[in-house]
Design a protein around this ligand. Structure first.
Ligand SMILES: NC(=O)c1ccc[n+]([C@@H]2O[C@H](COP(=O)([O-])OP(=O)(O)OC[C@H]3O[C@@H](n4cnc5c(N)ncnc54)[C@H](O)[C@@H]3O)[C@@H](O)[C@H]2O)c1
Length: 198
């Protein structure tokens, strides 16, 4: 968190209205422009992260920037004017072409990489039978449905894998510190999604 705050101070040294240097307050919690008194507060950007399930399988995806073999839940920044529910539905539709039927909040996490994000984690379901995915290749490298068994095994493995096994990189999941890991673990331990309220 301290590093995220230091990065924010570094990137906000000048007032965007007057162009004058801003001054940090003693506590380091804000910056003020001495010429027009505008106060700048550190920003936190909301990001939704969603584990989509059809009741028996869950959907995991990877971006080309991920370490080889790592798959995670779908994440995306909230747009201005959007509720969290709208952001989840839009992101899932944009990234894999699925329509979310029900969703349930799970937990949140401050994520300092590369800037301060507030990760808001949710479980979502799609209607059984409406599971055909269309991967948006501008955003994702791949996405696929994984069975409960496959995901449970991947949780027990210790990634990251840097070595190929039978010509491919074994699929592995984000580390414990990431809320993506907690979301996936929650689904494996209690497949909540099959019992989400309508
Ligand atoms: N803690 C976790 O478990 C976890 C898991 C997945 C993603 N994340 C984080 O969530 C964030 C979003 O994930 P992603 O996969 O969409 O990331 P991403 O960095 O691939 O961003 C996708 C696109 O969003 C746009 N974007 C970048 N910054 C933005 C901002 N501040 N506001 C609006 N749009 C912006 C850009 O066009 C970018 O190409 C990243 O910071 C990522 O590190 C955390």
């Amino acid at each position: 968190m301290a590093q995220a705050l230091l990065r924010w101070h570094d990137a906000h040294q000048f007032c965007s209205r007057s162009g004058q240097p801003t001054k940090k307050n003693m506590a380091g919690s804000k910056r003020v422009c001495p010429s027009n008194k505008i106060i700048y507060y550190p920003q936190v950007t909301p990001v939704v992260i969603t584990l989509v399930s059809d009741g028996t399988q869950c959907l995991l995806a990877r971006q080309s920037s991920f370490p080889k073999g790592m798959y995670s839940a779908l994440a995306g920044f909230c747009d201005i004017g959007e509720s969290l529910e709208e952001a989840v539905r839009r992101e899932v539709a944009e990234e894999v072409g699925l329509e979310v039927e029900r969703l349930q909040y799970s937990a949140s996490q401050h994520w300092p990489f590369p800037n301060s994000s507030l990760m808001i984690a949710c479980h979502a379901t799609v209607k059984p039978g409406q599971t055909e995915i269309q991967v948006n290749l501008r955003e994702l490298e791949a996405a696929a449905w994984f069975s409960h068994d496959e995901v449970a095994k991947a949780l027990r493995r210790n990634g990251p894998y840097t070595q190929q096994l039978n010509g491919t990189f074994p699929f592995w999941l984000p580390p414990k510190l990431a809320i993506a890991h907690q979301l996936i673990k929650e689904w494996v331990e209690k497949p909540i999604c099959s019992a989400l309220p309508a």
